[in-house]
Design a protein around this ligand. Sequence first.
Ligand SMILES: O=C(O)C1=C[C@@H](OP(=O)(O)O)[C@@H](O)[C@H](O)C1
Ligand SMILES: C=C(OP(=O)(O)O)C(=O)O
Length: 430
Amino acid sequence: MTEPTAPLWPAPTASGPVDATVELPGSKSLTNRALVLAALASGPSRLRHPLVARDTRLMIEALGALGATIEPTGDGVRVIPAPVAGGGFVDCGLAGTVMRFVPPVAALADGDVRFDGDPPARRRPMSTVLDALRSLGATIDDDGRGALPFTVRGTAALPGGAVTIDASASSQFVSGLLLSGARYDKGVTLHHDGKPVPSLPHIDMTVAMLRERGVEVDDEAPSTWRVEPGAVRPLDTVVEPDLSNAAPFLAAAVLTGGTVRVPRWPAATTQPGAELRDLLSRMGAAVSLDDGVLTVRGTGEVRGLDADLHDVGELTPVLAALAAVARAPSHLRGIAHLRGHETDRLAALAAEINSLGGQVEETPDGLVIRPVPLRGGVFHSYADHRMAQAGAVLGLVVPGVRVEDIATTSKTLADFPGMWSALLGSEPAA
Ligand SMILES: O=C(O)C1=C[C@@H](OP(=O)(O)O)[C@@H](O)[C@H](O)C1
Ligand SMILES: C=C(OP(=O)(O)O)C(=O)O
C-alpha cells in the first residue's frame, strides 16, 4: 500500500510514564455470543454492560433482521426472541463473529436471508461454514467462491446431524455451528480434521456459554463437539470487559515505564486476553491482580518475546508493536491463521513496522522482529482495528507516527482516540 486512503491521526508521543485507570467496555466475543444465544432462546434475556461498537451494532441489526427484538435498557439491552424470519439482509461489515455466527441462525429462517459485508470481508475465509451448513441440510447460493456475498435459503428448520470440517483457518467456524446447533432437529456433531484449530479459548467460551443456558455439550473427545438438540434458556448476564482491548493500554504502561490499572478484570475467564498477564510479564512488566483490578507496571525494560500465539492470535498486533521497540529480538509463532483476519496481519505488520525503519520478517506461521531505532511515518491500518492500535502503541515512543484511519478502531471500541488521550492526560488529537 502506498497512498493513505483515509485521514491521518498524529499518534501522541508519551511525555513521561503513563499513570491511568482504564475502564474497558464489554467483550466483543462475549457480547456477540450472548446476543446470538438470546435470539435463539425460549424467552427474553438481558445483557448488562455489553460492548457497544460497530461489531456488536452489526450483530444487533443482523438478529433484528431475523426477527428478534433488541431494545435498550439502563445498563445494556433486552433481547426478545421470535421465530427466525426470512426476507432480510445481513450486513456483516468486517465482523468475523457476524459472518460466521449468523448464517447458522439464518439456516433456521422461514425464507431467504442475504449476506454481504465490507469489501475486505469478501476475502475472509467462509467456505467451511457454507459447506458445513449445506451438509447439515441447508441450501445456500453463492457466486462459487465460497465467500461473501451469499444467500441462505431457509425453510424454517434444519435437519442438522454430523459433519466433519477443517477449522484450521478459524475457530469461529466451530463456534458458529455450535451456537445454533441446539436448535437443529438432530443437534450437531462437529468433527475437526486438519491442522490444529486456532483460538481454542474462544471455543471454550462458546461451550461454556451454551452450558450456562442449559444446552448439553460434549467436548470430551479430541477435536469433536456434540450439541444435543433442545431449548436455549434465556439468561440475565453481565458481560466481562474486553481483555483483548486492554492490550494497547497495558502496553503503554510497559513502554513508558508507567502504571495502568484495569478494573473488573475477571479472576477466571475464557477470554484469551487473560494471557496478557503472562505475556506482558515475560516482556518485563510487573503484573498483579488484586481485588479484581489488574495492574501492569513498566519496569523500564522491554524484553523480547518468544511465544506461540496460536491460542491468542488477536493479541498479536499490539505485542508485535511492543516487540519492535524491545531490547532483544522476538519470535511470534503459531499464527498463520492471522492471514485470514481483518487483513493479512502478518504481511501488514511487517510492511508497516518496516516502513518506519523496522526489521520484521514474515515466516510461514509468524513474525521475527528485530528491534532497531524507528522513525516517524504513516502507519496504514488496512481497515483493521488492531493494526491501528499497534500504530498508536508505536507512536508513544516513536515521534511522528501518523496512523491512517484511526476511526477503524470503532470496530470494537466506540472511542479509542478519546480513551488514548485520557490515558496520556491530553486532549484528543484533531
Ligand atoms: O470467536 C470469537 O469471538 C473470535 C475468535 C478468534 O477468531 P479466529 O479463530 O479466526 O482467530 C479471534 O481471533 C476473534 O477476534 C474473535
Ligand atoms: C480477528 C478479529 O476479529 P473478528 O471477530 O472480525 O474475526 C479481531 O478482533 O482481532
